[in-house]
Ligand binder design. Structure first.
Ligand SMILES: *[C@@H]1O[C@H](CO)[C@@H](O)[C@H](O)[C@H]1NC(C)=O
Ligand SMILES: *[C@@H]1O[C@H](CO)[C@@H](O)[C@H](O)[C@H]1NC(C)=O
Length: 521
């Protein structure tokens, strides 16, 4: 009898444990939007009852009891604040064109994160166990090794639309003849030049990776991650085995926001999961402002990195003059006091963006076009005027323009006329609003909210021991086999041999004929 009781208790205990998993979530980049994406992954997992250890430069106060935060705010030390200085961008003093700078930054960030004392404490504890690692993929595969330390499944998180570099980690490169590169704003069908450019970029990047970058990453894996694997009494595997051992990719994307490209079974788009299903109520003053905006409210924000207060005076006051001539209410996220505001213009130093966009009286959003802002505009179905400043913002806005719900204005000292024309066009032509509404309807028409999907797939990976059944068979098929180059070689060889044989036969035949003739003469 006792034996059965013990068994019963053991089974009950096991089944209750197996519902809650221990998950390590890694979003080390000290950028606000990356922090928002990370903390919302964490929140969904916590709400589902899991225990989360979270490596972040943005630790929250009073964390959830099931949340352990590993503070890597020291990562801010290697971030160049000047990169988002509006005046330097306007004066074209900042050069984003050297990809080496970015690659080097990603590896520096990795080393800094993993060597942070708060992280070392956990990695060095051989009793520490995790059921899965969820890590942001930001142009380096280095973090893959962390799942190897804990001998658990690796789940990548991609912040942008699916593209060939990440897809080649779980399936194969996309075809540049009809799939755009991650930083290109081209939309298929491509013309000849676009197709060739796409192919060229893909070949050059792949060669760079194969001949140089993979070696750098492998070395950093051996030096930084290797000791923790040895500490657990295991051999350090080759980085190839670590890198192509991805269980799942979660993508901050959705087909309503990007391109309808083919995806492998273990790429799950969850774009929009960071937006709460019920938006938070607005603070009283903003609620009143929006309720009373009879002619509609225009919301203007350049995001969290670029500060409107740093704009040169001619732009600041130029914008104000343009706004003052409108009959609409304008809400501008501006980080300091601004004297002599026109009656219809209001400034806030911090703005609850989703709650503002959710209000029916908000009719236009003027934005830098970051991935989160772009997602939020489609979520709430609002047209935009895009003023991209750096990074993927150019691509996001360019794509939004091509999809018909945005007008682009280029940031420059002389942008005022263009800006005014854009506002007039956006307010008078209903096509932008209608397109935004149409895309929003597509965006919301899903079987399951994206946050639920996130949790489901993370649990699925853990429940099925790394979800090997989802992995693409294309992953380990070498290039020459995929394109049947071996068959081609075989066919060409056979043809050559045949041709040679025929030639040889003919010669022998002709010679013997000649001989015959000679004899007959
Ligand atoms: C990690 O643990 C190893 C072995 O226990 C020890 O030699 C090493 O000093 C530890 N490292 C840190 C940074 O605590
Ligand atoms: C590959 O992934 C599995 C889980 O899916 C994990 O247990 C294993 O340690 C990983 N192997 C390597 C070399 O990272």
């Amino acid at each position: 009898m006792d034996k059965w009781l013990v068994l019963f208790v053991a089974v009950a205990a096991l089944s209750s444990i197996s519902d809650a998993y221990k998950i390590l979530v890694i979003f080390p980049l000290p950028g606000r939007s990356h922090g928002i994406l990370g903390v919302n992954v964490v929140n969904h997992l916590l709400q589902a009852g899991h225990e989360v250890t979270y490596i972040t430069p943005f630790p929250v106060k009073d964390p959830h009891p099931n949340l352990q935060q590993l503070d890597v705010s020291a990562n801010f030390d290697i971030m160049d604040e000047n990169l988002s200085d509006v005046k330097r961008i306007l004066n074209k003093e900042i050069d984003f064109s050297n990809p080496m700078t970015m690659f080097q930054f990603t590896i520096d960030l990795f080393t800094k994160t993993v060597e942070d004392p708060n992280v070392v404490k956990v990695f060095n504890d051989t009793n520490q166990k995790f059921d899965a690692v969820v890590a942001e993929w930001m142009f380096t595969d280095s973090y893959a090794g962390i799942a190897t330390i804990f001998d658990c499944p690796l789940i990548w998180f991609s912040t942008i639309d699916p593209h060939w570099i990440v897809l080649s980690l779980i399936d194969e490169s996309t075809n540049p003849a009809y799939v755009p590169d991650s930083l290109s704003s081209t939309i298929p069908p491509f013309d000849f030049k676009e197709r060739v450019t796409g192919l060229f970029i893909q070949i050059v990047c792949s060669a760079f990776q194969y001949f140089y970058w993979d070696g750098v990453v492998e070395e950093s894996f051996r030096n930084v991650i290797g000791p923790y694997i040895t500490l657990r009494g295991k051999e350090i595997p080759s980085f190839y085995d670590v890198n192509y051992n991805v269980s799942l990719f979660l993508g901050n994307s959705h087909v309503s926001l990007g391109q309808p490209i083919r995806l492998p079974q273990n790429y799950i788009p969850i774009g929009g999961y960071h937006i709460e299903t019920k938006v938070k109520p607005l603070p009283d003053d903003l609620q009143k402002l929006l309720d009373n905006a009879k002619n509609g409210l225009i919301y203007f924000s350049l995001g969290s990195n670029v500060k409107s207060k740093d704009l040169p005076d001619n732009l600041k006051y130029g914008f104000l003059k343009i706004f003052s001539e409108l009959k609409h209410t304008v809400l501008w996220k501006f980080e300091e006091d601004l004297p002599n505001l026109p009656k219809n213009v209001h400034i806030v130093s911090w703005a609850p963006q989703p709650s503002i966009l959710a209000h029916p009286n908000c009719i236009l959003f003027i934005t830098h076009g970051g991935m989160l802002s772009t997602t939020e505009t489609v979520h709430f179905g609002k047209p935009i005027i895009g003023i991209p400043v750096f990074g993927d913002q150019f691509t996001n806005i360019e794509r939004a323009v091509k999809r018909g719900f945005a007008i682009k204005v280029t940031l420059s000292y002389t942008m005022l006329d263009e800006f005014k024309a854009a506002i007039d066009e956006a307010l008078s032509n209903p096509k932008y609003k209608n397109k935004a509404k149409e895309l929003s309807a597509i965006y919301h028409d899903r079987p399951m909210p994206p946050g639920k999907e996130l949790v489901h797939w993370v649990e699925h990976v853990i429940r099925t021991g790394g979800a090997p059944h989802l992995r693409s068979p294309a992953l380990h098929v070498p290039f020459y086999q995929k394109y049947y180059l071996d068959l081609l070689v075989l066919i060409v060889t056979i043809i050559l041999v045949l041709v040679l044989a025929v030639k040889l036969l003919l010669r022998v035949f002709l010679i013997s004929k000649k001989d015959l003739k000679k004899k007959n003469q």
